[in-house]
Design a protein around this ligand. Structure first.
Ligand code: ADP
Length: 397
């Protein structure tokens, strides 16, 4: 059975075709610059070179048509007919409180999904457009919405509530939801496999451009660092993460920024990019630090310190810790961050292998704790698309 996974952004549409018999990747690609002019599609079949060409894509509707054309292309396609696509899984950023797991897309569920668009308009609008376009182009093919938030739906109320008047939680649904759920689900699941049981207390550190930590106890998420929006929690590429909310008013008074501009400032101009003045990319930050740039050093240390604090607080929240898993572009590839995070963690029962941490084979599951360590530490490369495909298969009639 072949499942098409779609991830629609405001001007892009990423896709993967996965063979669920062995969960192998058949092809992946992206339509980019949708609605911006100069739009192009690039596709790479497993084991082949990338194929890339420009083609007009005024909306996501044309983009989906292009993807289907590319998948069945006689020249570089990977399937003979669209009938081979058994189901489609859509990444959807926000479930609100309406869903606690993935859902089959039909007229009713799409209305409920749309009712939450205000919680994340920038992502939800393309997500919904993508779902609608795909239903039109592939009628009769079962489609599922797999949310970024629902893995965190098991958080207890005292963890997800903000201390604001309760009526506003009820009326406006203002609370912590968390994101990167498919990644936290995948990585905590793989950690449980490695540990031989899911009756464990795991902290998953998903460290990419967007970054979040989650506490997973006995297979269920009990806390996570992102909030109503992805702005809360860790310091990220361009996001501030946790900050005194009074900074907003102060900043607006001092600079004349509007609330929209101040929110943009915290989302797009802050984080390691804002602190370092160099880049949001850790490769650039490390190069700058190595050349003696002290603000780059500061940004890397602030980032790592915040991760360390979350691990400690989640160990406290879960009443202990059995496993720490690093994932995401930074978690998987940036040894200095793992080193700074894991320094002085002996008090938690962690015996981290600092030498091994410096010689990690890219893209592989790697144990970074010693035999003696009470807490296991792993790098576990994430696979969000595979979770979307698996959830889709579960729902397929
Ligand atoms: P997202 O999916 O949120 O856009 P990724 O998970 O791809 O982000 O992570 C991007 C981050 O990972 C960037 O900061 C990048 O510098 C970092 N990264 C990727 N590869 C490496 C590497 N080889 N060494 C250091 N950092 C890396």
């Amino acid at each position: 059975m072949k499942v098409l996974v779609l991830n629609a952004g405001s001007s892009s549409l990423k896709y993967q075709l996965i063979d669920m018999r062995d969960e192998s990747l058949i092809a992946k690609g992206v339509c980019d610059r949708i609605s911006l002019g100069g739009s192009f599609i690039s596709q790479r079949a497993a084991g082949s070179d990338e194929v890339r060409y420009e083609t007009p894509m005024p909306t996501h509707f044309e983009a989906i048509k292009e993807i289907l054309k590319a998948l069945v292309s006689p020249e570089f396609g990977v399937i003979k007919s669209l009938d081979e696509i058994a189901a489609v899984g859509h990444r959807v950023v926000h479930s609100g409180e309406d869903f606690t797991s993935a859902v089959l897309i039909d007229d009713r569920s799409i209305v409920r999904i749309e009712s939450n668009y205000e919680l994340a308009p920038l992502h939800m609008v393309p997500n919904i457009t993508g779902m609608k376009a795909c239903r039109e182009v592939l009628p009769g093919v079962p489609q599922a919405a797999v949310f970024d938030t629902t893995f965190h739906a098991t958080m207890p109320d005292y963890a997800y509530m903000y201390a604001i008047p309760y009526e506003d939680y009820r009326q406006y649904k203002i609370r912590k939801y968390g994101f990167h759920g498919t990644s936290h689900q995948f990585v905590s699941g793989e950690a449980a496999k490695l540990m031989g049981t899911d009756q464990i207390k795991t902290v998953v550190c998903h460290l990419g451009n967007g970054a979040s930590v989650s506490a997973v106890k006995n297979g269920k998420c009990v806390d996570t660092s992102m909030g109503l929006t992805p702005l809360e929690g860790l310091i990220m590429g361009t996001r501030s993460g946790d900050i005194d909310p009074a900074v907003l008013q102060f900043l607006m008074d001092k600079t004349g920024m509007t609330i929209q501009e101040a929110t943009d400032y915290l989302n797009k101009k802050s984080g390691v990019k804002g602190v370092s003045g160099v880049s949001s990319d850790f490769r650039d930050l490390i190069a700058a630090m190595d050349e003696g740039n002290d603000r780059a050093r500061l940004a890397i240390e602030m980032f790592s310190y915040r991760v360390k604090k979350y691990i400690g607080s989640y160990a406290a929240a879960m009443g202990g810790l059995d496993c720490i898993a690093f994932t995401g572009g930074i978690g998987e590839n940036t040894e200095i961050v793992r080193e700074l995070v894991m320094k002085d963690m002996e008090y938690l029962g962690v015996d981290f292998d600092f030498k091994k941490n410096r010689n990690v084979k890219r893209g592989a599951v790697t144990a970074l704790s010693t035999e003696r360590s009470r807490v296991s530490v792993y790098i576990i490369p994430t696979n969000e698309e595979l979770v979307i495909a698996r959830e889709t298969v579960k729902l397929k009639p």
